[in-house]
Write a protein that binds this ligand. Structure first.
Ligand code: MTE
Length: 323
Protein backbone atom coordinates (compact mmCIF):
# COMPACT_ATOMS: atom_id res chain seq x y z
CA UNK A 1 0.00 0.00 0.00
CA UNK A 2 1.47 3.36 -1.05
CA UNK A 3 0.98 6.03 1.56
CA UNK A 4 2.30 9.50 0.82
CA UNK A 5 2.72 12.02 3.56
CA UNK A 6 2.73 15.70 2.91
CA UNK A 7 2.70 19.02 4.67
CA UNK A 8 -1.02 19.76 5.08
CA UNK A 9 -0.27 23.47 4.92
CA UNK A 10 1.47 23.16 1.55
CA UNK A 11 -0.79 23.79 -1.42
CA UNK A 12 -1.05 21.06 -4.05
CA UNK A 13 0.08 21.96 -7.54
CA UNK A 14 -3.57 21.98 -8.58
CA UNK A 15 -4.25 24.61 -5.96
CA UNK A 16 -1.80 27.05 -7.44
CA UNK A 17 -3.96 28.23 -10.27
CA UNK A 18 -2.62 31.36 -11.92
CA UNK A 19 -5.02 34.16 -11.05
CA UNK A 20 -5.68 35.06 -14.69
CA UNK A 21 -6.73 31.48 -15.48
CA UNK A 22 -8.93 31.44 -12.45
CA UNK A 23 -10.59 34.73 -13.34
CA UNK A 24 -11.25 33.45 -16.84
CA UNK A 25 -12.87 30.37 -15.39
CA UNK A 26 -15.01 32.46 -13.10
CA UNK A 27 -16.05 34.75 -15.96
CA UNK A 28 -17.00 31.67 -17.95
CA UNK A 29 -19.15 30.43 -15.09
CA UNK A 30 -20.66 33.84 -14.44
CA UNK A 31 -21.58 34.25 -18.09
CA UNK A 32 -24.07 31.43 -17.72
CA UNK A 33 -22.55 29.65 -20.73
CA UNK A 34 -20.65 27.49 -18.30
CA UNK A 35 -23.64 26.52 -16.22
CA UNK A 36 -24.57 23.06 -17.28
CA UNK A 37 -28.19 23.54 -16.52
CA UNK A 38 -30.59 25.95 -15.02
CA UNK A 39 -32.79 23.76 -13.07
CA UNK A 40 -32.01 21.17 -10.38
CA UNK A 41 -35.33 21.95 -8.70
CA UNK A 42 -36.37 24.52 -11.22
CA UNK A 43 -35.35 27.30 -8.85
CA UNK A 44 -31.89 28.07 -10.20
CA UNK A 45 -31.02 31.44 -11.63
CA UNK A 46 -27.83 32.01 -13.59
CA UNK A 47 -24.96 33.02 -11.36
CA UNK A 48 -24.28 36.63 -12.16
CA UNK A 49 -22.75 37.96 -8.94
CA UNK A 50 -19.00 37.70 -8.38
CA UNK A 51 -17.95 34.66 -6.38
CA UNK A 52 -17.05 34.95 -2.73
CA UNK A 53 -13.37 34.45 -1.99
CA UNK A 54 -12.08 31.51 0.02
CA UNK A 55 -8.50 30.87 1.09
CA UNK A 56 -7.13 27.68 2.66
CA UNK A 57 -5.30 29.74 5.31
CA UNK A 58 -8.69 30.68 6.78
CA UNK A 59 -9.19 27.08 7.88
CA UNK A 60 -7.25 25.24 10.58
CA UNK A 61 -4.81 22.58 9.34
CA UNK A 62 -5.68 18.99 10.17
CA UNK A 63 -3.04 16.52 11.37
CA UNK A 64 -0.92 15.14 8.55
CA UNK A 65 -2.71 12.19 7.00
CA UNK A 66 -1.88 9.49 4.47
CA UNK A 67 -3.37 9.40 0.99
CA UNK A 68 -5.58 6.40 0.39
CA UNK A 69 -5.05 3.93 -2.47
CA UNK A 70 -8.74 4.58 -3.21
CA UNK A 71 -7.86 8.13 -4.35
CA UNK A 72 -8.04 9.11 -8.00
CA UNK A 73 -4.90 10.37 -9.75
CA UNK A 74 -6.88 13.03 -11.60
CA UNK A 75 -5.95 16.64 -10.96
CA UNK A 76 -7.93 18.14 -8.10
CA UNK A 77 -9.97 21.31 -8.50
CA UNK A 78 -8.58 24.38 -6.76
CA UNK A 79 -9.54 25.22 -3.19
CA UNK A 80 -11.26 28.33 -4.58
CA UNK A 81 -13.45 26.33 -6.92
CA UNK A 82 -14.35 23.77 -4.27
CA UNK A 83 -15.17 26.38 -1.61
CA UNK A 84 -17.03 28.94 -3.71
CA UNK A 85 -19.16 26.88 -6.12
CA UNK A 86 -21.49 25.00 -3.81
CA UNK A 87 -24.90 23.47 -3.34
CA UNK A 88 -26.11 23.97 0.22
CA UNK A 89 -29.74 25.08 0.05
CA UNK A 90 -29.80 25.89 3.76
CA UNK A 91 -27.83 29.01 2.76
CA UNK A 92 -29.54 29.82 -0.54
CA UNK A 93 -29.97 28.28 -3.96
CA UNK A 94 -27.27 30.18 -5.88
CA UNK A 95 -23.84 28.58 -6.17
CA UNK A 96 -22.08 31.44 -4.38
CA UNK A 97 -24.64 31.75 -1.53
CA UNK A 98 -23.08 29.10 0.76
CA UNK A 99 -19.63 30.76 0.73
CA UNK A 100 -21.32 34.07 1.55
CA UNK A 101 -23.80 33.03 4.19
CA UNK A 102 -22.48 29.86 5.86
CA UNK A 103 -19.65 31.68 7.63
CA UNK A 104 -21.75 32.39 10.74
CA UNK A 105 -22.74 28.75 11.28
CA UNK A 106 -21.43 27.62 14.68
CA UNK A 107 -19.82 24.21 14.17
CA UNK A 108 -18.24 23.68 17.61
CA UNK A 109 -19.41 22.27 19.94
CA UNK A 110 -21.35 19.91 17.63
CA UNK A 111 -22.89 16.58 18.51
CA UNK A 112 -24.16 13.90 16.14
CA UNK A 113 -26.84 11.71 17.66
CA UNK A 114 -26.72 8.05 16.59
CA UNK A 115 -29.84 5.98 17.25
CA UNK A 116 -32.40 3.56 15.82
CA UNK A 117 -31.79 -0.16 15.26
CA UNK A 118 -28.45 -0.47 17.06
CA UNK A 119 -27.27 -2.05 20.30
CA UNK A 120 -25.35 1.00 21.54
CA UNK A 121 -27.11 4.26 20.61
CA UNK A 122 -25.03 7.29 21.55
CA UNK A 123 -23.39 10.43 20.25
CA UNK A 124 -20.36 11.49 18.25
CA UNK A 125 -18.42 14.62 19.15
CA UNK A 126 -17.40 16.36 15.93
CA UNK A 127 -14.35 17.94 17.58
CA UNK A 128 -13.07 14.46 18.41
CA UNK A 129 -13.49 13.33 14.81
CA UNK A 130 -10.94 15.83 13.53
CA UNK A 131 -8.21 14.37 15.72
CA UNK A 132 -9.07 10.75 14.97
CA UNK A 133 -6.13 8.46 14.05
CA UNK A 134 -8.43 7.01 11.37
CA UNK A 135 -8.39 10.20 9.26
CA UNK A 136 -7.12 9.82 5.72
CA UNK A 137 -7.14 11.81 2.51
CA UNK A 138 -9.46 10.57 -0.23
CA UNK A 139 -9.25 12.33 -3.56
CA UNK A 140 -12.61 11.60 -5.16
CA UNK A 141 -14.58 12.71 -8.19
CA UNK A 142 -17.86 14.37 -7.21
CA UNK A 143 -20.54 14.28 -9.93
CA UNK A 144 -23.50 16.54 -9.31
CA UNK A 145 -26.93 15.62 -10.69
CA UNK A 146 -26.81 18.97 -12.51
CA UNK A 147 -24.16 17.48 -14.85
CA UNK A 148 -21.04 19.18 -13.51
CA UNK A 149 -18.20 17.55 -11.62
CA UNK A 150 -15.15 18.32 -9.54
CA UNK A 151 -12.23 16.40 -8.05
CA UNK A 152 -11.94 17.04 -4.31
CA UNK A 153 -9.24 16.02 -1.81
CA UNK A 154 -11.46 15.19 1.15
CA UNK A 155 -10.13 14.21 4.57
CA UNK A 156 -12.34 11.78 6.45
CA UNK A 157 -12.94 8.51 8.22
CA UNK A 158 -14.38 5.37 6.61
CA UNK A 159 -18.05 5.53 7.59
CA UNK A 160 -18.09 1.79 8.41
CA UNK A 161 -15.63 2.41 11.25
CA UNK A 162 -17.90 5.07 12.69
CA UNK A 163 -21.12 3.07 12.33
CA UNK A 164 -19.74 -0.17 13.73
CA UNK A 165 -19.09 1.50 17.11
CA UNK A 166 -22.85 1.71 17.59
CA UNK A 167 -23.38 -1.98 16.76
CA UNK A 168 -26.20 -2.00 14.20
CA UNK A 169 -28.73 -4.80 14.86
CA UNK A 170 -29.34 -7.67 12.46
CA UNK A 171 -32.57 -6.13 11.12
CA UNK A 172 -30.98 -2.72 10.36
CA UNK A 173 -30.92 -2.51 6.56
CA UNK A 174 -30.65 1.25 6.02
CA UNK A 175 -29.04 4.32 7.56
CA UNK A 176 -30.78 7.70 7.61
CA UNK A 177 -28.94 11.03 7.94
CA UNK A 178 -30.24 14.47 8.91
CA UNK A 179 -28.75 17.96 8.62
CA UNK A 180 -29.10 20.60 11.34
CA UNK A 181 -32.45 22.39 11.32
CA UNK A 182 -31.95 25.94 12.62
CA UNK A 183 -33.47 28.69 10.48
CA UNK A 184 -31.76 31.35 12.64
CA UNK A 185 -28.35 30.07 11.52
CA UNK A 186 -29.43 28.67 8.17
CA UNK A 187 -31.41 31.43 6.47
CA UNK A 188 -32.29 29.26 3.46
CA UNK A 189 -34.49 27.20 5.78
CA UNK A 190 -36.86 30.15 6.04
CA UNK A 191 -37.83 29.41 2.46
CA UNK A 192 -39.80 26.26 1.65
CA UNK A 193 -37.64 25.21 -1.27
CA UNK A 194 -37.22 21.83 0.49
CA UNK A 195 -39.00 20.16 3.39
CA UNK A 196 -36.42 20.75 6.17
CA UNK A 197 -34.33 19.30 7.64
CA UNK A 198 -32.38 17.97 4.65
CA UNK A 199 -32.53 14.17 4.83
CA UNK A 200 -30.57 11.46 3.09
CA UNK A 201 -30.21 7.72 3.36
CA UNK A 202 -28.19 4.72 2.22
CA UNK A 203 -28.60 0.99 2.34
CA UNK A 204 -26.43 -0.30 5.19
CA UNK A 205 -24.13 -2.15 2.75
CA UNK A 206 -23.63 1.10 0.79
CA UNK A 207 -22.95 2.99 4.00
CA UNK A 208 -20.41 0.37 5.06
CA UNK A 209 -18.70 0.21 1.64
CA UNK A 210 -14.97 1.10 1.87
CA UNK A 211 -15.44 4.08 -0.50
CA UNK A 212 -17.99 5.79 1.77
CA UNK A 213 -16.53 8.31 4.21
CA UNK A 214 -17.58 10.77 6.85
CA UNK A 215 -15.55 13.81 5.76
CA UNK A 216 -14.35 16.47 8.18
CA UNK A 217 -12.01 18.43 5.93
CA UNK A 218 -10.54 19.07 2.51
CA UNK A 219 -7.14 20.09 1.19
CA UNK A 220 -5.66 19.14 4.59
CA UNK A 221 -7.79 21.73 6.40
CA UNK A 222 -10.96 21.53 8.50
CA UNK A 223 -14.12 21.54 6.42
CA UNK A 224 -15.23 24.98 5.23
CA UNK A 225 -18.78 25.63 6.46
CA UNK A 226 -20.05 25.93 2.88
CA UNK A 227 -18.81 22.38 2.17
CA UNK A 228 -20.70 20.90 5.12
CA UNK A 229 -18.78 21.48 8.36
CA UNK A 230 -18.19 19.95 10.74
CA UNK A 231 -18.95 16.53 9.21
CA UNK A 232 -20.65 15.37 6.01
CA UNK A 233 -21.16 12.22 4.04
CA UNK A 234 -19.22 11.45 0.84
CA UNK A 235 -20.50 8.66 -1.42
CA UNK A 236 -18.46 9.11 -4.60
CA UNK A 237 -20.38 6.76 -6.95
CA UNK A 238 -23.69 8.57 -6.32
CA UNK A 239 -24.93 11.97 -7.43
CA UNK A 240 -23.69 14.70 -5.10
CA UNK A 241 -27.06 15.26 -3.42
CA UNK A 242 -26.63 11.98 -1.51
CA UNK A 243 -23.56 13.48 0.22
CA UNK A 244 -25.46 15.26 2.99
CA UNK A 245 -23.76 18.14 4.83
CA UNK A 246 -23.57 19.29 8.47
CA UNK A 247 -25.00 16.07 9.89
CA UNK A 248 -26.64 16.07 13.35
CA UNK A 249 -28.33 12.69 13.35
CA UNK A 250 -27.65 9.17 12.05
CA UNK A 251 -30.40 6.56 12.46
CA UNK A 252 -30.28 2.83 11.65
CA UNK A 253 -33.61 1.76 10.14
CA UNK A 254 -35.35 -1.39 9.01
CA UNK A 255 -37.20 0.32 6.14
CA UNK A 256 -35.94 2.61 3.39
CA UNK A 257 -35.95 6.12 4.90
CA UNK A 258 -37.47 9.16 3.11
CA UNK A 259 -34.88 11.42 1.44
CA UNK A 260 -35.31 15.15 0.73
CA UNK A 261 -34.96 15.22 -3.05
CA UNK A 262 -36.99 12.07 -3.64
CA UNK A 263 -39.78 13.49 -1.43
CA UNK A 264 -39.66 16.86 -3.19
CA UNK A 265 -39.60 15.53 -6.79
CA UNK A 266 -40.06 11.74 -6.82
CA UNK A 267 -40.14 11.48 -10.62
CA UNK A 268 -36.77 13.18 -10.87
CA UNK A 269 -34.75 11.92 -7.90
CA UNK A 270 -34.74 8.39 -6.54
CA UNK A 271 -33.35 6.81 -3.40
CA UNK A 272 -30.39 5.20 -5.15
CA UNK A 273 -29.12 8.16 -7.21
CA UNK A 274 -26.24 6.13 -8.64
CA UNK A 275 -24.33 8.05 -11.29
CA UNK A 276 -25.56 6.44 -14.52
CA UNK A 277 -24.95 7.90 -17.99
CA UNK A 278 -27.61 5.60 -19.47
CA UNK A 279 -30.48 6.84 -17.29
CA UNK A 280 -31.42 10.41 -18.12
CA UNK A 281 -32.93 12.85 -15.70
CA UNK A 282 -36.47 13.55 -17.01
CA UNK A 283 -35.35 17.08 -17.93
CA UNK A 284 -31.80 16.53 -19.16
CA UNK A 285 -29.26 13.95 -20.27
CA UNK A 286 -26.80 12.46 -17.77
CA UNK A 287 -24.47 11.15 -20.50
CA UNK A 288 -21.95 13.98 -20.24
CA UNK A 289 -20.69 16.42 -17.66
CA UNK A 290 -18.68 19.59 -17.36
CA UNK A 291 -15.68 19.45 -15.03
CA UNK A 292 -15.65 22.80 -13.23
CA UNK A 293 -12.73 24.83 -14.59
CA UNK A 294 -12.69 23.06 -17.97
CA UNK A 295 -14.11 24.04 -21.31
CA UNK A 296 -16.20 21.48 -23.12
CA UNK A 297 -17.62 18.32 -21.66
CA UNK A 298 -16.47 14.82 -20.89
CA UNK A 299 -18.35 11.54 -20.87
CA UNK A 300 -19.92 10.58 -17.57
CA UNK A 301 -18.68 7.21 -16.36
CA UNK A 302 -20.90 4.48 -14.92
CA UNK A 303 -20.96 4.81 -11.13
CA UNK A 304 -18.82 7.94 -11.62
CA UNK A 305 -15.83 5.77 -12.50
CA UNK A 306 -16.14 3.52 -9.41
CA UNK A 307 -17.87 0.63 -11.24
CA UNK A 308 -15.16 -1.93 -10.40
CA UNK A 309 -15.70 -1.34 -6.71
CA UNK A 310 -19.50 -1.00 -6.49
CA UNK A 311 -21.25 -2.84 -9.35
CA UNK A 312 -21.69 -5.96 -7.20
CA UNK A 313 -23.82 -4.00 -4.73
CA UNK A 314 -26.56 -3.79 -7.36
CA UNK A 315 -26.44 -7.29 -8.86
CA UNK A 316 -29.83 -8.23 -10.28
CA UNK A 317 -31.34 -4.74 -9.85
CA UNK A 318 -32.94 -2.84 -12.70
CA UNK A 319 -31.05 0.45 -12.42
CA UNK A 320 -33.53 2.29 -14.65
CA UNK A 321 -36.26 1.47 -12.14
CA UNK A 322 -34.14 1.99 -9.02
CA UNK A 323 -32.65 5.31 -10.19
N1 MTE B 1 -26.50 18.79 2.05
C1 MTE B 1 -27.37 19.67 2.56
N2 MTE B 1 -27.64 19.61 3.88
N3 MTE B 1 -28.00 20.61 1.81
C2 MTE B 1 -27.80 20.70 0.46
O1 MTE B 1 -28.40 21.56 -0.20
N4 MTE B 1 -26.63 19.76 -1.49
C3 MTE B 1 -26.14 18.50 -2.07
C4 MTE B 1 -24.99 17.90 -1.23
N5 MTE B 1 -25.30 17.96 0.19
C5 MTE B 1 -26.88 19.77 -0.15
C6 MTE B 1 -26.22 18.84 0.70
C7 MTE B 1 -25.71 18.63 -3.46
S1 MTE B 1 -26.95 18.83 -4.62
C8 MTE B 1 -24.40 18.53 -3.85
S2 MTE B 1 -23.96 18.50 -5.49
C9 MTE B 1 -23.32 18.49 -2.85
O2 MTE B 1 -23.80 18.62 -1.51
C10 MTE B 1 -22.35 19.63 -3.12
O3 MTE B 1 -21.25 19.58 -2.25
P1 MTE B 1 -20.14 20.73 -2.33
O4 MTE B 1 -20.86 22.05 -2.28
O5 MTE B 1 -19.24 20.51 -1.17
O6 MTE B 1 -19.43 20.53 -3.65
Amino acid sequence: MLIRFRDPAAPRPSEITPEATWLDRRRFLASGAGLALAGFAGTWGLASRPAAAAAPEDFAPLPEVGRSPLSTDEEANSFQEIATYNNFYEFGTAKEDPARYARALKTSPWTIQVDGACARPGTLDADALITSPLLEERIYRLRCVEAWSMVIPWVGIPLAKVLDRFEPLGDARYVAFETLHDPRQMPGQRSRVLDWPYREGLRLDEARHPLTILAVGLYGRVMPNQNGAPARLIVPWKYGFKSIKSIVRITFTVDEPPTSWAVSAPREYGFYANVNPTVDHPRWSQARERRIGEWGRRDTLMFNGYADQVTSLYAGMDLARFY
